[in-house]
Design a protein around this ligand. Structure first.
Ligand code: ATP
Length: 751
């Protein structure tokens, strides 16, 4: 490890979010490029750095910084350099020289202790002298706070965030209740706060600690999809986390309720339930608001007397006309769905694959189009919206786009802020949302807020798909409540076209065994119990066999796997598939990031919603013809360019949307030759390959297999163990979600 002292001459690059900095430092006669994480840093500052020299392929020798300290300038030259660096607003080179000339080694002491004396210098008024002193003081405060935070193991970007939030109040917060950090600062959870508290010497049974842990457990639970936790589970989880008796936790839950941080609901007297339900307050109100808004939307859109027989006959006649024009005959349930959509403000249309949901939606759209009504179509993901556009022939948008994502986030919960809301509602007569099983409670609330009573909302989806990634199980709760009209389509129409995918999907859903062999036209099972043999077949299928069979490119053939880790997990599979599908080549630029490498031509996926990320579409002359914001979790694209000099990469998504990712933002994407079944929800692929060998029982269940199988349009291939597939079909263990939208709806409708 080298130890180098010098001053910051020039900052070449800085990411203010995480502190990543590339800079030019002068140490004696030497100029050194330093790269690393720096919290606050200004040109002109003197640093003491520990680090190692590394050789960068393009930029040559660099000092990779492990740790550093900012030291106060201690000689006249470094003081002058600091003052003239621009760190203090209002002082440039000439003025810095004059100040140093006047006060010499005493300069910093005078600025701190007798700042009024600065006014003795030509060009500095009394006011400016005071301003300079204030700035110097602030910088000093910040530096001291940083040193203080460092003592508790907090450094870098986090220390900066903490200082920016509390300013000089940081000392009080840390001394009295470091758990406040977990509430106020994103990126700090209970664990970090607890570590800090431990260093400070706060007792394990402190009230603050217990309360913070309770909120943390509820937040963790929401990441598993729960909206609340039964009290006994909450007590157990918090007790394990805190290592304190459950009896010490109970009173703190009551205190949190008094502070309106949690809501406690007593068990319903008639229900054989789990006991008290404990909600993080905002989650409780989200469900309650959704229930209230649904209640309003559900109130009839028709006059009190309902449809007159003549009107109903008229609608039936219109439906018949549409059927004729479309060349189909709807079955009774499908026709009922169209009729119910006319009669009610809300309608749920559900059914498994091939049961005619799309056909019904198309009839509904044509019915309302014939009435000259405004119809909006939406789905939760970009790919699902694209599919809806293709199957209906009408433009469908993501729900985010429909609600006009503003690019900003809400102060109170850091969630996406939408232009469309209760004050500026959607101007539509009918809104149809597909793939409702993927909508979580947050997005549902935002959607409902933007819909005025009188607008019809039709929600379509399949309850047997995996539930949403975020908290809630909206579609299931709405159906279970029996408060909203539901049409559940039963008949499998596609069976007639001999699709084993559809037949098997329904069988899986019912827990029936399926034919696992190589004889079908579109559903293949290959018993392969050796991992290396599975790899080999997978590559062969993607590169040679499947593309001509399903009429798609290798790029469109998707490997789906239950897990991230392990030899058949996303990470390993991606490395292997990249090697075969996009091997290294001199003509392809590469960038090494973390464990892996990205290469031009790689298939990648955005793994979080980023509402601010900009995209543009270029004409063939490379002129931008459209641009916008927002790239969403699950969007799949191809790396088109890697620019080492500009430290960025261009990924092209559907519709030729090009997005520039600076290298430090690459944690938002990952290779997508293989993706988890969870991530694939809402997407359809011409062919999928699923390796299923062994895995945890919690994960390997019926729901997961069903969701995987139903992602394929033309061909499913399962490689692996027959026993595992059979066990998955038999495994009904769907992790229970604690949600209560159903209960809130029932309460309202019983009023
Ligand atoms: N009433 C009907 N009579 C005859 N064929 C029908 C009828 N309804 C739907 N079909 C046909 O059945 C097939 C599946 O229908 P559709 O695509 O509407 O179902 P889906 O529930 O949307 O399926 P998926 O969820 O798999 O997309 C289509 O080929 C469609 O043309």
């Amino acid at each position: 490890m080298e130890n180098v002292k010098g001053y910051v001459e020039h900052i070449i690059y800085r990411n203010n979010e995480n502190g990543y900095t590339v800079m030019n430092m002068v140490s004696g006669q030497e100029e050194i490029i330093c790269v690393g994480m720096f919290r606050t840093i200004d040109q002109g500052e003197t640093l003491q750095i520990d680090g190692n020299y590394v050789e960068h392929p393009v930029y040559g020798r660099q000092l990779k910084v492990e740790s550093y300290q900012i030291t106060a300038p201690d000689d006249v030259i470094s003081m002058e350099r600091y003052l003239s660096s621009g760190a203090i607003k209002g002082i440039g080179e000439a003025l810095a020289a004059r100040i140093i000339k006047r006060f010499g080694e005493d300069t910093f002491r005078i600025i701190e202790e007798e700042p009024e004396r600065l006014a003795e210098i030509k060009g500095i008024s009394d006011r400016k002298a005071r301003e300079i002193a204030v700035q110097m003081e602030e910088k000093k405060d910040m530096r001291e706070a940083m040193v203080f935070l460092q003592k508790y193991g907090i450094s870098g970007a986090l220390a900066m965030k903490i200082y920016n939030t509390y300013g000089m109040g940081v000392y009080g917060v840390l001394r009295e209740n470091p758990y406040k950090l977990a509430e106020d600062i994103s990126g700090v959870g209970f664990k970090i706060a607890d570590e800090i508290a431990n260093k400070i010497g706060i007792h394990t049974d402190s009230d603050y600690r217990i309360r913070s842990a309770v909120l943390y457990v509820l937040l963790q639970a929401s990441m598993e999809g729960h909206v609340y936790l039964p009290e006994n589970i909450l007590l157990r989880r918090a007790g394990e986390l805190l290592e304190v008796e459950e009896s010490a936790i109970e009173p703190q839950i009551a205190n949190l309720a008094m502070d309106k941080k949690v809501v406690i609901k007593m068990p319903l007297p008639e229900a054989k339930e789990e006991g008290k339900k404990i909600y993080a307050a905002s989650y409780y109100y989200e469900e309650l608001n959704c229930a209230k808004m649904l209640h309003d939307l559900n109130s009839s859109v028709l006059p009190e007397e309902g449809l007159l027989p003549a009107e109903e006959a008229n609608i039936n006649r219109r439906i018949k006309e549409i059927e004729k024009a479309q060349g189909i005959e709807l079955d009774e349930l499908q026709r009922k769905a169209v009729m119910e959509s006319v009669k009610n403000g809300l309608l749920i249309l559900t059914g498994g694959p091939g049961t005619g949901k799309t056909t019904t939606i198309n009839t509904i759209i044509r019915y309302y189009a014939g009435e000259n009504m405004d119809i909006f179509l939406a789905a939760p993901t970009g790919r699902a919206a694209k599919r809806m556009t293709e199957t209906t022939g009408y433009e469908a948008r993501t729900i985010h786009r429909l609600l006009e994502l503003s690019g900003a986030v809400l102060e109170e919960n850091k969630r996406a802020k939408f232009e469309k809301n209760e004050e500026n509602p959607l101007e539509a007569d009918v809104i149809i949302v597909d793939e409702m099983s993927m909508v979580d409670i947050h997005l549902f609330q935002s959607l409902l807020k933007a819909i005025m009573p009188g607008t019809r909302l039709i929600m379509a989806g399949d309850i047997n798909q995996l539930p949403s990634v975020g908290p809630g199980q909206i579609l299931k709760d709405l159906i279970d409540s029996h408060c909203i009209p539901v049409v559940m389509l039963q008949k499998i129409f596609r069976q007639a076209e001999e699709s084993d995918i559809v037949v098997n999907a329904h069988a899986i859903n019912k827990g029936e065994r399926i034919e696992l062999n190589n004889k079908s036209k579109d559903f293949f099972f290959l018993e392969r119990n050796d991992i290396n043999v599975i790899y080999k077949h997978m590559v062969q299928l993607i590169c040679e066999k499947l593309p001509p069979y399903v009429g798609a490119s290798a790029y469109d053939i998707q490997v789906l796997t239950p897990m991230r880790k392990g030899s058949l997990g996303v990470e390993v599979l991606n490395d292997i598939l990249q090697e075969y599908l996009n091997p290294p080549d001199k003509s392809k630029e590469e960038y090494e990031a973390g464990e892996g490498v990205y290469r031009v031509g790689d298939k990648v996926m955005q793994i979080k919603n980023n509402y601010q990320l900009e995209w543009e579409i270029l004409s063939k002359y490379q002129i931008p013809i459209d641009k916008g914001m927002g790239v969403f979790n699950g969007d799949i694209g191809i790396i088109k360019e890697i620019n080492d000099y500009a430290q960025e990469m261009v990924v092209e998504y559907d519709e030729h949307k090009r997005v520039i990712y600076p290298f430090h933002q690459l944690d938002e994407i990952e290779l997508a030759y293989a993706v988890t079944i969870h991530k694939s929800q809402g997407s359809e692929y011409p062919a999928i390959i699923m390796p299923l060998l062994t895995g945890p029982k919690m994960l390997f269940n019926r729901n997961l297999l069903y969701t995987g199988v139903t992602r394929a349009k033309n061909c499913v291939t399962i490689l692996g163990s027959r026993q595992t597939v059979n066990e998955m079909i038999a495994n009904e263990n769907q992790n229970k979600r604690y949600t209560s939208l159903c209960e809130r709806l029932e309460e309202l409708s019983s009023l």
